[in-house]
Design a protein around this ligand. Sequence first.
Ligand code: NAD
Length: 460
Amino acid sequence: MEAMLTESGWKGMRDFYASGTTRTYQFRKLQLERLKVAIKENEEAISAALFQDLRKSKEEAYTTEIGFMYAEISHALKHLRQWMQPTTVKTPVVLFPSSSKIIPASLGVVLIIAPWNYPFQLMMAPLVGAIAGGNCAVLKPSELTPHTSAIISKIIQETFDPNFIKVIEGDGAQVVPGLMNNYRFDNVFFTGSIAVGKEINKLAAPQLVPVTLELGGKSPCIVDADADLAVAAKRITWGKFTNAGQTCVAPDYVLVHKDRKAELVKHMQQAIHNFYGSNPQQSSDYGRIVNERRWITLTDFLQQGKIIEGGKTDKEDLYISPTLIENVSLDQPIMKEEIFGPLLPVLSFQHHDEALQIIKQNPNPLSLYYFGNKKENQVKFLDEVSFGGGCINNTLVHLANAELPFGGVGNSGVGSYHGKFSFDTFTRPKSVLETATWIDPSVKYPPYKGKLKFLKWFFK
Ligand code: NAD
């Protein structure tokens, strides 16, 4: 394990990038294939690490972390050659005889910083973009999920040239400032909290390092008067309690039409029982809170309303049962901070504007979910709320489509990734205009006297 990047380690990466090796199609393709094989060979170990760190079931680990990576790598492999092609664009006549193209240029050496909640996938998915983009990468996994951090480090060391990809482990507050102050990365891709995202921005500013920030926020879930409640309840319950609510795009709270609240709650209680049994602590499909500090914050939230389902806790086991809570006040932390745990406040509204006002208390959520079938109502919420991405009549799954950019806006982040959008994030459009030399009209050169009439005609 490496806890710091040495001068010689950095120089090795810079030289490797400068050699041009990482920028060829063959190299990028081969490295993506090797990553896929390495994940396959280590599938058991990755799954075991995720169980140790977050008590994720094998099935959940496979769908949300491992299988997700196969899909992302396969998609990149399928399209890489095409993504790398320059795009020819039109050239105005005034620039005759010229042609213009946009080349997707690699960035250089990038830094990718991951959080603990999907500690494997949120490290590896950006890496796919970095490799596809022809870059070298330094990876900094979360120290709060040490088993996953260790298996990431092992896979990278066994699979890649250390001048191409390196893992630096350790406490982010110590390690990251050291990395960003001592070395100038060509992009920093950060996934994590808003507070640390701001720190990353500050660290990046002095050297004008571009950043991609994938942050969090309070993602609302609106259930309108005409929603199919049985389906909505299952999809909301699944989206909220997967990974014990520790999902950046989990519905943070529900806003349900007041006439449908009681019925929705009944359906959600039923869904919780169907998914996790009468005692979710015994369910192999239900996760745990990452650490004691987070467990304490979440159990404090429990005091801030009336529990209508769940509310069971066990500190030793870092367990909090799937919980529905009502009568929360908009001024309390539970409605001001991202919950990021298995507590779902259920609020009601009568008119859409009331719901919108509540949502706008926490501007720019990462996601928004709307349940209801009337087009004009869907459009109202899609149009009036500034949010990263979301679903109509579903939760979470927008991030599973590689054709959709995944990212936030304002407080929830800067930039996006997945599929081609990862490639775009880890390259930059380099503009090139080429002019033929067989003709070189003198009108554009001084002396200009007497040419104004012609120039005016040309630019009209
Ligand atoms: P965090 O911000 O505490 O940590 C993220 C990473 O930053 C870790 O690798 C950590 O070591 C490092 N870090 C911590 N303190 C630092 C500092 N002072 N300076 C530099 N680096 C530092 O986030 P977390 O608790 O690991 O993750 C939870 C947050 O991440 C939630 O807010 C969640 O919404 C968000 N998140 C967002 C997405 C997304 O895709 N938008 C995905 C997952 C999680």
